[in-house]
Design a protein around this ligand. Structure first.
Ligand SMILES: [Zn+2]
Length: 126
C-alpha cells in the first residue's frame, strides 16, 4: 500500500498516510496533529529529478504487482532481471543466482531455503 506524504497548512507538521490508490483524492485527509483539513500533498524530489530514485519508485510500482505472481517464479525472475538492468550497477552474485533459479521455475521459498542469506532488508514490507 502506498504511503503519501502530507504537510499541514495549519500547523506545518508533516505526516504520512496510508491510502489505497482508490482512496487517494477521494478520501478526506485530516492532519494527524491538529485534525485540520487544510493539508497539501508533499512533493518529493523524486518528481523533479530524474534520479535513481525515480527509477526505483517506478520499479517499486511494478513490484506491487508481484503479489499476484505467486506461483509464477519465471515472471518474477524476468521482472527481477529487468530491474537489475535498470539499476545498472554491480549486483551481488546472489542476485543473478536468484534470477536464474526463478527462471528455472524454482519458487522463492525454495530459493530462500537454499540461500538463507537473501532477503533481509530487501524484503518488501507489508
Ligand atoms: Zn495540523
Amino acid at each position: 500500500m502506498p504511503t503519501y506524504d502530507f504537510i499541514c497548512n495549519t500547523c506545518q507538521n508533516r505526516f504520512d498516510l496510508f491510502l489505497t490508490y482508490s482512496e487517494y483524492g477521494v478520501k478526506a485527509v485530516h492532519c494527524t496533529h491538529c485534525n485540520s483539513k487544510d493539508v497539501r500533498r508533499r512533493m518529493t524530489k523524486v518528481r523533479i529529478a530524474r534520479s535513481e530514485e525515480t527509477r526505483f519508485e517506478s520499479m517499486a510500482d511494478e513490484f506491487t504487482g508481484i503479489e499476484g505472481m505467486d506461483g509464477d517464479p519465471k515472471a518474477l525472475g524476468q521482472l527481477m532481471k529487468k530491474m537489475g538492468r535498470e539499476v545498472g550497477e554491480d549486483l551481488p552474485a546472489e542476485f543473478d543466482e536468484v534470477v536464474n533459479r526463478l527462471e528455472a521455475g524454482q519458487s522463492p521459498e525454495e530459493i530462500e531455503s537454499i540461500l538463507p542469506d537473501l532477503g533481509g532488508d530487501e524484503a518488501p514490507g507489508e
